[in-house]
Unconditional design. Structure first.
Lengths: 225, 297
């Protein structure tokens, strides 16, 4: 599903973000990406949805080389790869419903389809009652749920999560983790960057450890430390 | 993939609703800039029109011998009537020449005392239909050698100077118009860019959920077009106002010079349409370039 082959990324020719990283993540897997700040976790994720391109090596998603895709194919790739972020990145001027609907709209879904799919997704993330609220009226955990609903509404085979619990307290974080586990159970491959060791230790999933851009450990049922 | 009209409409409406002040600022920028640009164009057209009139007003004078026969006069008149490059002529007879002489030398009675109408040459004041100095010179030469003609005088130097000057004025005004247009383009593009900069995070999110560049661009382009059209449309009454103000000056006899710069309303309409079209184009291109900077996500 996801494959990195000898990937090196250097920002502006001098800041080494990733160095010769190779790994494979199979369909339906749940993998944590751990490491201190600046270890290359975000860069790893950004290479997967082509927010960045590798300077050396190649990145493969579902059999296609991401770096070699023409620009016009990038939107298609992004519909295969849902994303959630530490700062949620919701559109502030839109309601919860509209934020989720937008991801369907850009793929050309009809309004009828949107009216049908969005409420069921919001039910999955437990926000049916806040459909018409604006992001600023929601708690951090609720905003992250909206962002998960938006990332998952297209049923992407891959979900990338960049510190999704970074701004949340531990109870709320556990709720978000249950949601991600549920999504993973439905067949979506989840790659999550985090430095929340409690979460990693509790989940007992695959752990990829990055340190100063190098992949230093890859444990099938790993722990944070 | 086709982009649904409903989406464009809703997005554009959303942009307008959340960015009222920037939307208005862009319209004002377009309005002011296009008024200035349109005014420069109108002045240029006024100058060209005025040049045409001044040049059309230039005449050459065919002086006849005082004793020229009626047959010689008839031949000259015939030649003047037949020539398509001659718009008309006035005949000043000896008495008329004498009256002019008196007026001109009113302060020198000793000259007037020695002159009688009989010794002054009658003349034809000929108005060519063309303004080109070379053509007028050739035209005048045709009459120089005819029997009964004493002399043909023509203000070639005056015409040449006028032609050169009006060309200079016309080029000068055109340069100003282009500079104003460039300034307008930059002002408008900057305002649109500010509006889009305020929404760069939205654009980033749109791109990350898989929106194509056109999906992001189109609502902004529609917004830019609306702004350009409104700004251009607002410039139309300003152009008419300017033209009418000049017409008003003329009526009040303030500035004789402005008389020639007033153009008729058809010219103002044409300029207005051009200006509105430029407004729309500037709006589209301005937003296209401004969005482009933020699409690289």
């Amino acid at each position: 599903m996801i494959e990195l082959d000898q990937v090196t990324k250097i920002y502006k020719g001098e800041v080494l973000a990733l160095y010769s990283v190779s790994c494979k993540i199979s369909k339906g897997e749940f993998a944590f990406l751990v490491g201190p700040s600046g270890s290359g976790k975000s860069t790893f994720l950004k290479l997967l949805n082509r927010q960045e391109t590798a300077d050396q090596g190649s990145v493969w998603i579902a059999g296609k080389e991401v770096g070699a895709l023409p620009r016009s194919s990038v939107p298609k790739l992004r519909r295969l790869v849902g994303c959630i972020f530490q700062d949620f990145k919701l559109l502030p001027n839109r309601t919860v419903f509209e934020n989720v609907a937008f991801a369907l709209e850009v793929t050309g879904r009809t309004r009828q389809q949107i009216r049908k799919q969005v409420p069921s997704l919001l039910e999955l993330v437990g926000l049916s009652k806040k459909m018409h609220s604006f992001p600023h009226e929601l708690s951090g955990g609720e905003q992250q749920r909206v962002s998960i609903a938006r990332a998952f509404v297209n049923r992407p085979p891959i979900l990338l999560a960049d510190e999704p619990t970074g701004n949340l307290d531990s109870d709320t974080s556990n709720g978000i983790m249950r949601l991600l586990a549920e999504i993973n159970k439905r067949g979506t491959t989840v790659v999550m960057a985090t430095h929340d060791q409690h979460i990693v230790n509790a989940a007992r999933r695959r752990v990829l450890r990055l340190d100063r851009g190098r992949l230093t450990a890859d444990d099938a049922q790993g722990r944070y430390a | 993939m086709a982009i649904p009209l409903g989406y464009i409409f809703r997005e554009t409406r959303g942009n307008l609703r959340w960015n009222v002040t920037l939307f208005a600022a862009t319209i004002v920028a377009v309005w002011v800039s296009l008024t200035l640009f349109g005014s420069s164009l109108l002045i240029r057209q006024g100058v060209e029109q005025a040049t045409g009139r001044w040049q059309g007003g230039i005449e050459f004078i065919v002086f006849m011998n005082a004793d020229a026969s009626e047959a010689q006069h008839a031949a000259i008149r015939g030649a003047l009537d037949e020539n398509p490059e001659i718009g008309g002529y006035d005949y000043v007879d000896q008495q008329g020449a004498f009256n002019e002489f008196i007026t001109e030398f009113a302060d020198r009675p000793e000259l007037i005392e020695n002159v009688t109408p009989e010794i002054l040459p009658p003349s034809y004041r000929v108005k060519p239909t063309v303004g080109d100095a070379d053509v007028i010179e050739a035209l005048a030469a045709q009459f120089d050698t005819r029997p009964g003609v004493r002399q043909v005088t023509l203000p070639v130097e005056v015409i040449r100077t006028l032609q050169q000057n009006s060309q200079k004025v016309s080029v000068f005004v055109l340069v100003i118009a282009i500079v104003v247009l460039l300034a307008a383009l930059m002002l408008i593009a900057n305002t649109i860019r500010t509006a889009i900069f305020a929404r760069r995070q939205d654009i980033e999110v749109m791109k990350l959920v898989g929106a194509s560049n056109w999906y992001v661009r189109l609502p902004f382009m529609v917004e830019g077009t609306i702004q350009g059209l409104i700004g251009g449309a607002l410039a139309i009454p300003m152009l008419f106002l300017m033209n009418n103000l000049m017409a008003g000056f003329v009526q009040e006899d303030y500035l004789e010079l402005l008389r020639s710069l007033v153009v008729d309303s058809a010219v103002v309409w044409n300029t207005s349409l051009l200006v509105t079209g430029i407004g729309a184009a500037v709006g589209v291109l301005g937003s296209l370039f401004a969005v482009g900077r933020f699409l690289d996500v």
